[in-house]
Design a protein around this ligand. Structure first.
Ligand code: 3PG
Length: 395
């Protein structure tokens, strides 16, 4: 059920689970992407005359009231984005929360203090979920990026109150479905990042679903090593070589073409402007040299492969994009993807921590068809896992 199914909400308290786990420095929000993502749901509920009661976690206080992990600093930024006052309650349950809700006018917005200040949240304790349920009349989950957690505010509450998917949740699920659920074929994936070990389940799931998969970043080194390439002093998980070979064999059996870098950028040190050279991956790489990026030939081949595709799903950078010049492959590939997405040639969906930072660095995040706000939840979804927060809404 989405907000389209919600008609009689006037005067009711809508308990809206949002993800306000945002980057903060010295008590100020430094990236408001997740706050912006929540605005359509907040606005729609205000228009319906509901009391909008926002429920969220921040950081990992582990059930303790840690002052530096208060959600209070979010209020100012949210008010500026919303152009309306936002009240704050010092607790998310009990009298403080209930009194603040009672005091709120229809259309008003209230943010409750960090739900993870209570131990019952992460334990998904039914008694704590019941306390939360007392604060509202209905439940809206708009936090796709926290949906991989089976916590009281992401899972338990959906059992106790009439539950709806918010606008951001709905858009995330639609985009993910368009990318991996029922995609227009051919589908290409780009998976980068440092380690094969952290993305093993993801790679295994993808080779069974995609037509092509480009592997980049540090994990490509492990695959090259597994194929007998001398990777010099590059970082790699040599103990994962056998696993990498199994993934390659599985991809072949399932008709998924794997694109590994044909050429790479190597350097002796990882620092801005470091002296670098581009070599074919099968050429000699010195013992004191590390592979830090994919080379132009690899990017060209990847760009052609994207142009042959109708759907792209992207997670993880192709090189050490934080340290130029090792951002070149990620930036060029992102720009190529953005151009294809802008022209309508492909549906391009991206997500997962570093990926969004990399696309922002390339200046093209806004041009992708959809950029997920999720980190861990995006990865688990790409692994083919059931997300408890989504499942609870479907029940
Ligand atoms: C995130 O930032 O990815 C979500 O808010 C989940 O946070 P968590 O990893 O602390 O559960």
């Amino acid at each position: 059920r989405t907000l389209d199914d919600l008609s009689a909400a006037a005067g009711k308290a809508a308990l809206v689970r949002v993800d306000f786990n945002v980057p903060m420095e010295n008590g100020r929000v430094t990236d408001d992407t997740r706050l912006r993502a929540a605005l359509p749901t907040i606005q729609r509920l205000r228009d319906l005359g509901a009391k909008v009661v926002l429920l969220a976690h921040f950081d990992r206080p582990k059930g303790e009231r840690v002052p530096s992990m208060s959600l209070a600093p979010v209020v100012e930024t949210l008010e500026a984005l919303l152009g309306a006052p936002v009240r704050f309650a010092e607790d998310c349950v009990g009298e403080a929360a209930k009194a603040a809700v009672a005091d709120l006018d229809p259309g008003g917005v209230l943010l409750l203090e960090n739900v993870r200040f209570h131990k019952g949240e992460e334990k998904n304790d039914p008694a704590f979920a019941a306390q939360l349920a007392e604060v509202g009349d209905l439940y809206v989950n708009d936090a796709f990026s926290a949906a991989h957690r089976a916590h009281a505010s992401t899972e338990g509450l959906a059992r106790l109150l009439p539950a709806y998917a918010g606008e951001s949740m709905r858009r995330e699920l639609e985009a993910l479905d368009a990318a991996l659920g029922k995609p227009v074929k051919p589908v290409i994936g780009i998976v980068g990042g440092a380690k094969v070990s952290t993305k093993l389940d993801l790679l295994k799931n993808l080779v069974g679903r995609l037509d092509r998969l480009a592997i980049g970043g540090g994990m490509a080194n492990t695959f090259l090593y597994a194929q007998g390439v001398d990777i010099g002093g590059s970082l790699a998980e040599k103990d994962m070589a056998e696993t990498a070979r199994e993934i390659l064999a599985e991809a072949e059996a399932k008709g998924c073409e794997i694109l590994l870098p044909q050429d790479v950028v190597v350097a002796r040190e990882v620092k801005p402007g470091a002296e670098a050279r581009t070599v074919l991956a099968r050429e000699e790489i010195g013992d004191d040299e590390k592979i830090l990026d994919a080379g132009p030939l690899s990017v060209e081949r990847l760009t052609k492969a994207m142009a042959l595709s109708r759907t792209l799903i992207w997670n993880g950078p192709l090189g050490v994009f934080e340290v130029p010049p090792f951002d070149a492959a990620t930036v060029k590939a992102a720009q190529a993807a953005a151009q294809l997405a802008r022209s309508g040639a492909i549906t391009a969906v991206a997500g997962g921590g570093d990926t969004v930072a990399a696309l922002n660095h390339a200046g093209v995040a806004k041009d992708m068809t959809f950029v997920s706000t999720a980190g861990g939840a995006f990865l688990e979804w790409m692994e083919g896992k059931v997300l408890p927060g989504v499942e609870a809404l479907r029940r």
